[in-house]
Write a protein that binds this ligand. Structure first.
Ligand code: FES
Length: 216
């Protein structure tokens, strides 16, 4: 699977400043995800009206963000056991409305051995598949790295090297982030991977909390 690695290569995430001190800084960080916060305000408003920026709903399916299959529905078997993660957008299946109007909707999908999950993580998973926000809890860069070595399995953000343990609710293992990635419950319905509930946790990156107006 190359989706996440492609994103990593294209995001230039490491070039972002170590500290974001303004709304503009957060927007630049979000742009590393290749997604909507960089849209002009007028364009974003149109997108919002179309529903693309609405939060994921229960029953939404997932589609690939990039790569040869960008826009195609992600089946459970598309997610490799043992990683790495795949970047995904939720999509309302009837209208085929891809909710890519805001970076806060992008998720990463990962499949691991569910026997290694803690209880709360297992309850949000489906056949070992986990979903977390793609936005790093620290400053909102895309979490594109996957490190698996001698029993260590972490999701890694290359902006400032925060690491998260996906088997334990994406708790912070190292780095400057202080909070876990927001988690999205998933389930498999009729053989299709779908959203099972709203995000759990705070989607707003820590360095962005307090200076973005509510609703943005
Ligand atoms: S944005 Fe700072 S570690 Fe991810």
């Amino acid at each position: 699977m190359t989706d996440v690695r492609d994103c990593e290569a294209r995001s230039d995430a490491r070039r972002f400043p170590a500290r974001l001190s303004s709304r503009r800084g957060l927007l630049r960080a979000a742009c590393a995800a290749g997604i909507g916060l960089s849209l002009p305000r007028t364009a974003l408003s149109k997108v919002e009206r179309s529903g693309k920026a609405e939060p994921p709903e229960r029953g939404d399916v997932f589609v690939f963000v990039m790569g040869d299959r960008a826009g195609e529905t992600i089946a459970p078997h598309d997610i490799p056991l043992g990683g790495p993660q795949i970047a995904a957008w939720p999509m309302e299946p009837k209208a085929k409305l891809v909710r890519n109007g805001t970076p806060f909707n992008q998720v990463l999908l990962l499949r691991l051995d569910p026997h290694e999950f803690d209880e709360a993580t297992a309850a949000r998973s489906a056949d070992g598949i986990l979903a977390y926000s793609s936005l790093c809890a620290h400053a909102g860069c895309p979490v594109t790295g996957w490190v698996r070595d001698h029993g260590t399995m972490v999701l890694k953000c290359f902006c400032h090297l925060s690491e998260y343990d996906p088997r334990h609710g994406a708790a912070v293992v190292s780095g400057p982030a202080r909070h876990p990635l927001a988690a999205m419950p998933v389930e498999i319905a009729g053989g299709t991977l779908v959203v099972a509930g709203k995000f759990i946790g705070n989607l707003m990156p820590e360095l962005g909390r307090g200076f973005l107006p509510a609703g943005e």
